[in-house]
Design a protein around this ligand. Structure first.
Ligand code: DCP
Ligand code: MG
Length: 416
């Protein structure tokens, strides 16, 4: 049943069970996955701390580094003042480790976490690379919700190897506050009759929808906590903030009816990787594309996704993004075809220097396997398992240029 819809007689929203997951110091945890000796050490992930660089910012800091006052979005100079680099001060016990951001890797780890979450929730709303809401109403009950939350954390830790904090509550905004309440490695369950009490001491800045400006105004009105906000006169809030004021008043009282709506199935699956600087060795590019294509095809298979379009992305210096794609007459699950098509599409770039290459399958179809056997769609194996015997000659080789990818951005969501 879609989220938000209830059959007559089914539990109303007060009995919804929403679970929010937010990974702990996510980029730093990913770095620790491949460099376990960084476990327990102050670790900063960011850009621009290399010798001679002065512009840059911290993406995240491990909890040990936060003790030194290092935090997300801090200028790298300030971070280095608080916590010198171990590489430069090897004998300083108060020095830390710095690592550059590697989005491709974090996306991969985040993807593995999300796969587990999709198994565990009735519906999942992905919010960012390290954060998601799950509606788990049908999967658990309040008296065992803590055990369920622990199970979610343990599965992520065991199968992916990174720590998460989890909050469980009857609505999204309380669940988010709950996951943040006991970070890192937190697990906080707020049952329906505990919501008001849980929210009461929350600082006004932390209430969802309250930005720094509104927080200042609220504090001027003597409203310092969610409890104060809940107790405030709603008419006064509406007078001051309009409809938004009413909404905030409701949130502070734990009234948040938003259903956990999935963002929808992915529209495409892709992988890309950069070369140090740019390479003029096109065999390397081809080889890399082969590896990426295998990974993408494998992910599609695991997600039961069939694709109608196979594409490549090639980034040439200074940062020109070229995308090429080929549409197939029907959906396939065929790793060999991914390789053939991507290698063909790469031909036109053979004389270019390449900074980055990517492979994407799109126009995804998640319907049942047998439906992929379209009439007239060559498949020698009647079982329909797509064993690579498709007759390429039959394809209408539409070329398309995907304009949406031409902005040169390091797009995380789309060409993930
Ligand atoms: N991020 C970033 N720049 C920011 C904030 C965050 O690049 N200003 C990145 C790095 C984080 C990731 O997004 O690892 C997730 O953001 P979170 O706000 O969840 O922060 P963390 O996961 O790092 O820490 P926490 O344990 O507080 O969730
Ligand atoms: Mg996080």
């Amino acid at each position: 049943m879609p989220a938000g819809e209830r059959l007559p007689g089914a539990p109303d929203r007060a009995e919804r069970i929403v679970l929010h997951v937010d990974m702990d110091c996510f980029y730093a945890s990913c770095e620790r996955l491949r460099e376990p000796e960084l476990e327990g050490e102050p670790l900063v992930v960011g850009m621009g701390y290399e010798a001679g660089e002065t512009i840059g910012a911290v993406a995240t800091a491990s909890y040990e580094a936060r003790e030194y006052g290092v935090e997300s979005a801090q200028a790298i100079g300030a971070a280095l003042d608080n916590l010198p680099r171990k590489a430069e001060e090897p004998d300083d016990p108060d020095a830390g480790y710095y690592r550059p951001v590697d989005m491709d890797f974090y996306q991969e780890v985040g993807g593995e976490v999300k796969e587990i979450l999709y198994e565990l929730g009735d519906t999942v709303r992905e919010v960012s690379i390290d954060e998601a809401y799950l509606d788990v109403t049908e999967r658990t009950a309040w008296d065992v919700a803590e055990g369920f939350g622990r199970h979610v954390k343990q599965r992520i830790q065991r199968e992916v190897g990174v720590p998460a904090s989890v909050g469980v509550a009857p609505d999204m905004s309380t669940a988010k506050l709950a996951s943040d309440h006991d970070k890192p490695d937190g697990l906080v369950v707020v049952e329906p009759d505990e919501v008001r009490e849980f929210l009461a001491p929350i600082e006004i800045e932390d209430v969802h929808g309250v930005g720094p400006v509104r927080a200042r105004e609220l504090r001027e009105m003597g409203i310092d906590t969610a409890g104060d906000l809940a107790a405030a006169d709603p008419y006064e809030l509406v007078e001051r903030f309009g409809e938004r004021g009413r909404e905030l008043h409701r949130r502070a009282r734990g009234v948040d009816n938003r259903p956990v709506e999935p963002r929808g199935k992915p529209k495409s699956l892709s992988r890309e990787s950069s070369f140090d600087g740019a390479t003029d060795d096109f065999e390397r590019v081809r080889e890399q594309a082969r590896t990426l294509g295998e990974a993408v095809a494998d992910r599609a298979t695991r997600k039961d996704a069939f694709y109608r379009t196979i594409g490549v992305k090639v980034v040439t210096p200074p940062y020109d993004v070229h995308t090429r794609a080929e549409s197939l007459p029907g959906p396939v699950d065929d790793p060999d075809l991914v390789e053939d098509v991507t290698q063909d599409l790469l031909d036109e770039f053979a004389d270019e220097r390449v900074r980055k290459v990517g492979v994407r399958v799109s126009n995804l179809d998640f319907s049942e396997r047998e439906q992929a056997n379209l009439d007239g769609f060559a498949d020698a194996d009647a079982s329909g398992d797509g064993d690579g015997t498709l007759d390429r000659g039959r394809y209408d080789r539409d070329r398309e240029d995907d304009q949406s990818d031409r902005d040169g951005q390091v797009s995380l969501g789309d060409f993930e």
